[in-house]
Design a protein around this ligand. Structure first.
Ligand code: FAD
Length: 361
C-alpha cells in the first residue's frame, strides 16, 4: 500500500490547512514554541496565491524586505521554517475535520492521508480557487500550451505575440510588465472601465498612445485555429465588426471562483466566504480550530500578508495554551533566548561567530 493510501494517522501537535505565506509562517511561530506541524495544500506547490497567481511580481510591503518577488518571498519563508522540518502534504485537499471527545481532531485528505492533531489552523486563503475559464468552442484543447489562466514563467512570453484578456489588476499588470518584452501585446476587455488600479489603467492608455500596447474594447466570439493550433481570437468590437487578432499565446485573467470547498462543512461560523475569529487568539467558534490569513474575518481585517504574519504569531501562543492548559507561556526573544536558538539550530553558529569576533578583536 502506498504511503498516501496508508490508513495509519500521523500524530502531530498541529495540522495547518494551506501552505500559502501565512500557513508557512505559522510553522515558524509554532516551531519557536516547540510545536510540530504538518502542512497540507491542495496545490502541487507551496506558496498559495503568491506562487499560483503572481510568482514573478514584486512585493514591496513586507517589513524589512524593501523588494522581493512573490516567489522569492515563498523561498525565504521555506528557508526560515526548515529548522522545524514540517511535513509537506501537497496536491491534496483536506476534506474532513472531526472533533473527538478527547479534544483532539481527526483530519483526512481526499488522497486518504489521516492525521491525529491537537489543534487545527486553517490558513486556506480564498479556499481552493479556480480561474474563470474562456467558454468558447475548443478552449480546453489549448489550455496550458497556448491558452493560460496564470503566468508560471514570464520568460516564455518574451518575443511572442500576446493577447491578454481582462480588466482587473492581473490583466493590466501583465500587459504592462510584458509590453516591452513581448513582440506585441493586445489587451482585450469588454468595456473601457477597468477594475484595476487607476495608475495601471493610466499607464496602459499612455503606453497605447506611444504604440507600446494595443487595446480593443470588445468580446471574444471564437478561437482561430490552423491545423489544430491556436493562432488567433475573433473579437467583436464596440463598432459591431468582428476582427481576427493573431497571437502566439492567449492569457485570460477573468478572476477566480473562490471555492471554500469542504471548509464550509466543518461547523464553523462563516461570514460569506470567510471564517469569523476573535483577535486575541484567532480562534474560530470551535475551540482548538484557528484561522489565519486571508480566510479569517474580524473587525478591521485587511487581507495583507503582514496581517497574516501577526495573526500567526498570536495563534501560535493560543495553540500552545490550548494544548498545555495551565502552563504559562513566556514570551522570549530569538536574539537572546538559548531555548529558541536551540530550536532554530543556530546556537553553535552564534557561539562560533562570537568566538571568531573575540579572537579577531
Ligand atoms: P493563500 O495564499 O490564498 O493560500 C491558501 C492556500 O490554502 C492555497 O494554496 C490553497 O490551495 C490552500 N487551501 C485552501 N483550502 C484548502 C483545503 N481544504 N485543503 C488543502 N489546501 C487548501 N498582499 C500583500 O501583503 N502585498 C502585496 O503586494 C500583495 N500583492 C498581491 C497581488 C496579487 C495579484 C494578488 C492576487 C494578491 C496580492 N496580495 C498581496 C495578497 C496576498 O497574496 C494574500 O494576502 C496572501 O496570499 C494570503 O495568504 P494566505 O496564506 O492566507 O492564503
Amino acid at each position: 500500500m502506498s504511503p498516501e493510501r496508508s490508513t495509519l494517522a500521523t500524530v502531530t501537535d498541529v495540522v495547518i490547512i494551506g501552505a500559502g505565506p501565512c500557513g508557512l509562517f505559522q510553522v515558524f511561530e509554532l516551531g519557536l514554541l516547540g510545536l510540530r506541524s504538518e502542512l497540507i495544500d491542495s496545490l502541487p506547490l507551496a506558496g498559495g496565491q503568491c506562487i499560483e497567481l503572481y510568482p514573478d511580481k514584486p512585493i514591496y510591503d513586507i517589513p524589512a524586505v524593501p523588494f522581493c518577488t512573490a516567489r522569492e518571498l515563498i523561498g525565504r519563508l521555506q528557508d526560515q521554517i526548515r529548522p522545524f522540518d514540517p511535513g509537506y502534504h501537497l496536491n491534496q485537499e483536506v476534506t474532513e475535520v472531526t472533533p473527538r471527545p478527547d479534544g483532539r481532531f481527526d483530519v483526512a485528505t481526499n488522497k486518504g492521508l489521516r492525521f491525529d492533531a491537537g489543534a487545527i489552523i486553517i490558513a486556506g486563503g480564498v479556499g481552493s480557487f479556480q480561474p474563470r475559464r474562456l467558454s468558447v468552442e475548443g478552449a480546453d484543447r489549448h489550455e496550458g500550451r497556448t491558452l493560460h489562466y496564470r503566468v508560471r514563467d514570464a520568460a516564455a512570453f518574451y518575443g511572442k505575440d500576446l493577447v491578454i484578456m481582462g480588466g482587473g489588476d492581473s490583466a493590466l499588470d501583465w500587459s504592462l510588465e510584458l509590453a516591452d518584452k513581448a513582440n506585441s501585446v493586445v489587451l482585450v476587455h469588454r468595456r473601457a472601465e477597468f477594475r484595476a488600479a487607476t495608475a495601471s489603467v493610466q499607464r496602459m492608455f499612455a503606453l497605447r498612445e506611444e504604440g507600446g500596447i494595443d487595446f480593443i474594447e470588445g468580446t471574444v466570439q471564437a478561437l482561430a485555429e490552423t491545423d489544430g493550433q491556436l493562432r488567433g481570437v475573433k473579437v467583436t468590437g464596440r463598432d459591431g465588426v468582428t476582427r481576427t487578432v493573431s497571437l502566439d499565446h492567449l492569457l485570460v485573467f477573468w478572476g477566480l471562483h473562490p471555492k471554500l470547498g469542504p471548509i464550509a462543512e466543518w461547523g464553523l461560523q462563516l461570514n460569506r466566504r470567510t471564517i469569523a475569529v476573535d483577535t486575541a487568539k484567532f480562534q474560530t467558534n470551535v475551540p482548538g480550530i484557528y484561522a489565519v490569513g486571508d480566510i479569517n474575518d474580524y473587525p478591521g481585517k485587511k487581507k495583507l500578508i503582514l496581517s497574516g504574519f501577526h495573526e500567526a504569531a498570536l495563534a501560535a501562543f493560543a495553540v500552545k495554551e490550548h494544548l498545555q492548559p495551565g502552563q504559562k507561556v513566556h514570551l522570549q526573544y530569538t536574539t537572546t533566548s538559548p531555548l529558541l536558538q536551540k530550536r532554530l539550530g543556530v546556537t553553535g553558529e552564534l557561539q562560533q561567530e562570537e568566538s571568531s569576533r573575540k579572537l579577531a578583536g
